[in-house]
Design a binder for this molecule. Structure first.
Ligand code: NDP
Length: 451
């Protein structure tokens, strides 16, 4: 490894003790930048790597709220404004008990390069809270969101920072936060994306990350003279990304046979029943055990029964795997099983779902790979389309937005592919995406002086 990269990694480890997810994300990016940094000494000259791993600012705040029993509760809120070199900060909010500074920083760091890859003018940021929405009443969720926005509103704005949803934050939570912002400021502005269709939202935003992930996979396969039509696919998760990945796979004639949540997984060899899945997860917010009540021939495996150190979703033979739940959900043992079962493609719908060891295995064995920064960028890209519609007071049709999304995913694929070729690693989309995403941000930093 280049000494410059090694030094930067050591410095990051030293300055961010215990932030293992953040360090993992930084390591993945920096290692793949090696050929660029060798070819272009200006990035070392301007100390870009040392600068880009430090957020512009980290905002950490208390979120006090009152539960249904009248008791005062408190959680930690975060907003990491990582880089606004190419546009206002943009990135989701995650509400999940596992949230901590390391997780929000890893997500914010990835977001810089993902947003750059879209070709749109959006910088990188991320936020959230360790608040657990599970088991909370509608009133508790609303009071939490209101309190969260009372603090967050001081730092966001349509040309400053525009948050969106992520794990645990969907249309309902965005609505509660938007309503609070409006009351606090008396401004009707596009300060959040993922809004309801009646009040500034964009068609396709709900579907965008899942649809975009499958469009990206189709680009990879088309380059190899293949298509997803007729292929068995496995998907993890059963949230926003997973549901619309499953929908698009069905629409393109593939057979998605799995989905999962934090308690277990479903294997339905006839193909996941999409409308049932939507009812269970989007309408009733229930666990996946409900699925087998309607389809007793499907198999449910609870998480306690997963073989140690593995995720049972990846034990199901498939042509393509779409990890779409959370970080580090596909490890070395999982990819070995997928490879043994002749899996041809791993396409990351979630952020950083594959461990570094799994990625090394994927690259070493020539398995096609859609890296998260590229493959799941459809969500944030469509968020930017929502911002454009808000700013110009227009409303585009479903078909118009979907066509733009497909073009953006093709652009991201072509850019990543061409960049991998430029650095003599044709088809290594991880390297191509990281270099292409980094280069635009780094050049902007140089042009903007000491920032
Ligand atoms: P949702 O909250 O809608 O769904 C998350 C899903 O993953 C749920 O099925 C949840 O299960 C499961 N899950 C969450 N944490 C764990 C865990 N620790 N172990 C096992 N399962 C888990 O989130 P999204 O679908 O929006 O996000 C999924 C991933 O995609 C995340 O990595 C996110 O950062 C990424 N992403 C999302 C985008 C978006 O537009 N929404 C854009 C780009 C990336 P349960 O229901 O039991 O909690």
């Amino acid at each position: 490894m280049e000494r410059y990269i090694e030094t930067a990694l050591k410095a990051t480890k030293h300055s961010t003790p215990g932030q293992s997810e953040f360090y993992q994300a930084v390591k993945e990016v920096l290692i793949s930048l090696e050929p660029l940094l060798k070819a272009e000494p200006k990035y070392a000259h301007y100390n870009i790597v040392e600068r880009i791993v430090i957020p512009d600012r980290q905002i950490i705040f208390r979120v006090p709220w009152i539960d249904d029993a009248g008791k005062i509760r408190s959680n930690i809120g975060y907003r990491i404004q990582f880089s606004n070199s190419i546009g206002p900060y943009k990135g989701g909010l995650r509400f999940h008990p596992s949230v901590n500074l390391s997780i929000i920083k890893f997500l914010g760091f990835e977001q810089i390069f993902k947003n750059s890859l879209t070709g749109l003018a959006i910088g990188g940021g991320k936020g959230g809270s360790d608040f657990d929405p599970k088991g909370k009443s509608e009133g508790e969720i609303m009071r939490f969101c209101q309190s969260f926005m009372i603090e967050l509103s001081k730092y966001i704005g349509e040309t400053i920072d525009v948050p969106a949803g992520d794990i645990g934050v969907g249309g309902r939570e965005i609505g509660f936060m938007f309503g609070t912002y409006k009351r606090l400021t008396n401004h009707y502005e596009g300060i959040l994306t993922g809004k309801g269709l009646n009040w500034g939202g964009s068609l396709v935003r709900t579907e965008a990350t899942g649809f975009g992930s499958v469009y990206f996979a189709e680009n990879i396969l088309n380059k190899r003279g293949e298509t997803i039509n007729g292929k068995i696919c496995t998907v993890s998760g059963s949230g926003n990304v997973a549901i619309y990945t499953i929908q698009k796979l069905h629409e393109l004639g593939a057979i998605p046979v799995t989905c999962s949540d934090s308690k277990g997984m479903i294997y339905d060899q006839n193909g996941i029943d999409l409308s049932l899945l939507k009812t269970i997860k989007e309408v009733n917010r229930q666990a996946l055990t409900e699925y087998i009540k309607v389809h007793p021939n499907a198999k449910y495996i609870p998480i306690e029964a997963y073989p140690a150190g593995t995720n049972a979703v990846w034990s199901i033979p498939c042509f393509a795997a779409f990890p779409s739940a959370t970080q580090n959900e596909l490890g070395l043992e999982d990819i070995k099983i997928l490879h043994k079962n002749d899996c041809q493609l791993v396409n990351e719908g979630a952020n950083m779902p594959c461990t570094l060891e799994a990625i090394d295995f994927i690259v070493a064995h020539g398995i096609a790979f859609g890296p998260a920064k590229a493959a799941n960028a459809g969500g944030v890209a469509t968020s930017q389309l929502e911002m454009s519609q808000n700013a110009s007071m227009q409303k585009w049709t479903f078909g118009e937005v979907d066509a733009k999304l497909q073009n953006i995913m093709k652009h991201i694929f072509d850019l990543s592919y061409d960049t991998s070729k430029e650095f003599q690693q044709e088809g290594n989309l991880l390297l191509g995406a990281n270099i292409a995403g980094f280069r635009k941000v780094a050049d902007s930093m140089i042009e903007q002086g000491v920032v």
